[in-house]
Design a protein around this ligand. Sequence first.
Ligand code: NFS
Length: 655
Amino acid sequence: MLRKDEAKSVDPATLSMLEKATREGISTAFERAEQMSPCPIGADGTCCAFCAMGPCRVPLPRGREETAKENKRRRGVCGATVETIAARNFVRKIAAGTASHGDHGRVMAKLFLDIAKGKAPAYKIKDEQKLLQLALDLGVTIGDRSNEEIAVDLGELLCKEFGKQEGELLLLKRAPLKRQELWRKWGIAPRGIDIEVVESMHRTNMGTDQDYKDLLNFGAKVALADGWGGSMIGTEIQDIIFGTPAPILNQINLGVLKEDEVNIILHGHEPQLAETMAVVCQDPKMIDYAKTKGANGINLAGMCCTANEMLMRHGVPNAGNFLQQELAIVTGALEAMVVDVQCIMQGLADTASCYHTKLITTDARGKIQDATHMQFDEHNAYESAKAIIRVAIDNYVNRGEKVRIPTQKADMIAGFSHETINYLLGGMFRASYRPLNDNIINGRIRGVAGVVGCNNPRTTHDAGNLAMVRELIKNDVLVLQTGCLAMASGKAGLMVPEAAEFAGDGLRSVCEAVGIPPVLHVGACIDNSRLLIAATAMVKDGGLGDDLSDLPVVGAAPEWMSEKALAIGQYFVASGVFTVFGTTWPTTGSKEVSEFLFKEMEQMYGGMWAFEPNPVKAAHLMIERIDQNRKALGIDTARERVLYDMEMRRELEAV
Ligand code: NFS
């Protein structure tokens, strides 16, 4: 039976556009998901399509436990066991996620080098302090050299990380020492970024690694090449060249589109085009040009991770998250949807063909049939951006009658980078995580949760995120968010200081004293590496153990859909963090593989996976883990004693 619209999303702007789409006969991901149920064999990881003797299907018997005999018979033509098949599928997905973040990081590293050499004049080094810090961390000589000289050395060093063949990734040494030793013990300290992706493809190819535990351990290695490699390099460089984010107030949801202006949405991941578009849209000449076409101005908005980048660095409004991309076109008010790479639905081309919207691809790696391709050239960035914006402006006169922009938009504060959290909680003059650690030790903050990831039309859009986040903050867990779920909380009003009223007494008192929301926007998905850095800083500040797995810190992706989310989850786990996913789980067809991920990984890495589709139950699994870690640290009793009298509140305010 088809779901009613109300079961598809909890976001009123989305529901309003879904109703418009249905009335106008437009196909959306929501509708397509209704029409086609997921392939049960692929969904549980038991289809092996890696050679032409198959695809081999080795599903579980439906509705009952399998017998040992049946398990033995579940083999591919080559004899591969169901465990090998499920593990291969899992590792390939992680490798794809790592490759995506890695390729993004590589583009940033090359751009950084070009900037340092003066070959990309539209950009410059914005955060000198971060440049010097990274140079210091990686042993690049500073002396009295210019920023550009330092940046050339640093850029070359970072570019080499991708193709490095031996040794260890340089940024691994940022992790607590105990963690580094553990990675070496299990042989999962990555050598380079590309090599681990290539070896994943090799190991999972027909007839290579056929020991599921070994495969899964390698999956942890390739994931670490994402978190402590490609993603971390991407984030660090983006901060250096585009600026380290600091809290900034803006608005989110489809209501940010404007009836009387040229609306342009930038959708995708890599921020170099967005950076120049944000500048060019404010150029008086471009605005005048828009006026000649009858518009009152140019309204630039972001979508998906690009939106996070633009929101936190430029205060450019955010039109919405992953499942809203087609619906932005359904408003009838969008002159151009400009895309680069990752998470861009091909369905956009069909939707755009039903309205006047121009779908413009800008990256040679991400072309779409029937879209207009306008290659972005970062060496000539302003001209590229201007050409794209002109196409959008020229398209304004083609706007049809079918315009309806939802009214919903919410205030949100974005941009709580690791550095900002450090300053805000530590005070301007003594930036440190000490007060955060103290508030965790005294129990006002029970723990910290990273709730990240995508939307998925197989569940109710935004609902899992909101239920989980609300439950966590109610129980005094400070929530840090990235990606599309940061947007879900932003739309629901959880990313403003006033949302502290939904938090438990302890968390509320801290939020009120510092003036922060209980749910912090930390950035795009690539910025999950910020969470690793923040957690490491907590360990280094003392009092909460000597490894990441000791911290009362947990992770979750209740509405995930992308392979990138699995890579992130796996590097959280391999970094020692308990991580729970919702919606669906890709190894349910093999009990052994799931048990390894859900139990044995814990003994190896101190962190493990869990799967729980009910977001409130999942929140309680996270809280349980937080409490377990608090107990092991001997700080569980502190929480019970917390009574918030006036003196304690005054003490907090003095922080
Ligand atoms: Ni992350 Fe960004 Fe969103 Fe999921 Fe896609 S936009 S990198 S993968 S869908 S959170």
